[in-house]
Design a binder for this molecule. Structure first.
Ligand code: SF4
Length: 245
């Protein structure tokens, strides 16, 4: 009886997880941990600066079977500490909870990269997760200018609140493409993050060469100077600036 139900569960994972690719070893995708990254296929948003455009369509390319991903992770036991579910938007996939549980049982810590697209799903997942990297792209009202999707801001900010109110380790990060977020908008955003009591904040410069929207593949002046960065940093317990290149 047990065997039958386990096999059904494995089948459900296989049917509902689309793995688009794997990074076998990274030190930068889960702070302080040696990790592998599973890139899950599919995202409902269309950010102008998305640099993983090949992962946006759910079944754009023949992905890696879930069983192969599991086999790979079994071989990484003892070599890495954590597995990060990234994308695309990993919470798009209905099998994510089961997949996370399976990987957790293998002894790995679990990291999640998300844009906060599905706050209800995220809320259910949070008890299984050890660390979250959440993209907050802009103030609520400016979100659709970046994602192309109405009400995306409400979803992302609801996810931010869930994460901040949980006891999880997390970072909130904002990608800067000067055409989409200027200095004034960024300072407004920082004020809103402080009001939300975000403690760990990262600003990362966009690498424009692979932007989904080819009109955004231009390098423009980064809108912040050193004084701006210092002024922003003092609002957070932990702050990091990640410049491209
Ligand atoms: S939310 Fe992330 S994966 Fe989805 S389109 Fe935007 S940048 Fe790309």
């Amino acid at each position: 009886m047990t065997n039958v139900s386990f096999s059904k569960k494995k089948n459900r994972i296989r049917e509902s997880i689309d793995v688009g690719g794997i990074t076998p070893f990274t030190t930068i995708d889960y702070p302080g941990q040696l990790a592998a990254v599973l890139f899950l296929q599919g995202c409902p948003w269309r950010c102008h600066y998305c640099h993983n455009s090949e992962l946006i369509r759910r079944r754009a390319a023949p992905g890696l079977p879930w069983s192969s991903a599991v086999k790979f992770l079994q071989q990484r036991k003892g070599l890495i500490d954590a597995v990060v579910f990234s994308g695309g938007e990993p919470t798009l996939q209905s099998g994510l909870g089961m997949a996370v549980r399976q990987v957790k049982r293998m002894g790995f810590k679990i990291g999640l990269h998300t844009a906060g697209t599905y706050p209800d799903r995220l809320e259910k997942l949070l008890p299984l997760i050890d660390w979250v990297g959440l993209d907050i792209k802009a103030s609520v009202q400016q979100y659709s200018d970046i994602t192309g999707i109405k009400n995306s801001g409400e979803r992302a900010w609801r996810s931010a609140r869930l994460i901040v109110e949980s006891n999880l380790d997390y970072e909130v990060r904002t990608t800067i493409h000067p055409r989409l977020i200027d200095r004034g908008k960024l300072f407004n955003l920082v004020t809103e993050l402080v009001d939300l009591q975000v403690e760990n904040y990262v600003i990362q410069e966009c690498v424009p060469t692979h932007c989904l929207n080819s009109g955004f593949r231009v390098i423009e002046q980064f809108p912040l100077d050193e004084t701006d960065i210092r002024n922003i940093a003092q609002n957070f317990t932990n702050f990091e600036l990640r410049m491209a290149g």
